[in-house]
Design a protein around this ligand. Structure first.
Ligand SMILES: Cc1cc2nc3c(=O)[nH]c(=O)nc-3n(C[C@H](O)[C@H](O)[C@H](O)COP(=O)(O)O)c2cc1C
Length: 208
């Protein structure tokens, strides 16, 4: 069973993560959810816990279980996606900051990683955010680009969380094996095979 860790941050697009999780659940993935404190102000962990049928990780320091939660949760994960990803969490990931359970887990994860940003157009286009996204790309993290659209803040522009199908496709892609990855393949056109033009035989010898 493939294990997908979902990191959820404090963006208004958070409600779409419910649909993403229930779609992933139908594919029979083992799902773990981590939320930032801000995310819990939008939707309670109860909702996500009910969708995945297990507790959601919000606090690394609570004393239940006595395990190192941010390390345990990413063990043997096949993919870690942050959806929606705030400008704040992207900045932290870009700079290796691990000051909460989501960012600590992300830093500890060695599996393929995805970030699906969602924010106001000016936050998205800000040079700082763009530089942070470039840094994330340079670490091999896949960015599922936000779309242009009507934003919750009333603005229009790029920042709208990507289409759910694109996010699901990105997860599917990241957890699938890529046997040709890193290999160079030379494709030739193959031999030319064609019928010869009809040739009339002309003999030098006269028969008479
Ligand atoms: C109503 C509301 C909507 C917000 N939506 C977004 C958003 O879509 N994207 C974003 O980057 N920040 C958004 N913010 C700001 C973040 O919640 C804020 O930066 C917070 O510190 C992020 O914390 P986190 O990254 O730890 O989840 C929103 C804040 C509020 C109050």
């Amino acid at each position: 069973m493939k294990k997908v860790v979902i990191g959820i941050t404090g963006s208004i697009a958070i409600y779409k993560t419910c649909e993403i999780i229930s779609r992933l659940k139908k594919k029979n993935y083992d799902i773990e959810v981590i939320m930032t404190e801000s995310a819990t102000k939008f939707i309670t962990p109860l909702t996500f816990g009910a969708l995945i049928h297990k507790p959601v990780l919000v606090d690394d320091f609570d004393e239940t279980g006595y395990q190192i939660k941010h390390i345990n949760i990413v063990k043997e994960a096949d993919c870690f996606i942050v959806v929606p990803a705030t400008a704040n969490v992207i900045a932290k990931i870009a700079n290796g900051i691990a000051d909460d359970v989501l960012t600590s887990s992300f830093l500890a994860a060695t599996c393929p990683k995805i970030i699906a940003p969602a924010m106001n157009v000016h936050m998205y286009e800000n040079t700082a955010t763009q530089k942070n996204l470039d840094l994330c790309r340079s670490y091999g993290i896949k960015i599922v680009e936000p779309e242009i659209g009507d934003l919750a803040c009333g603005y229009q522009g790029k920042g709208h969380l990507s289409d759910i199908e694109d996010i699901l496709d990105a997860i599917e892609y990241m957890i699938s094996p890529h046997p040709l990855q890193g290999k160079y393949v030379l494709i030739t056109a193959g031999p030319t095979q064609e019928s010869l033009d009809p040739v009339r035989f002309i003999s030098n010898h006269s028969s008479g």
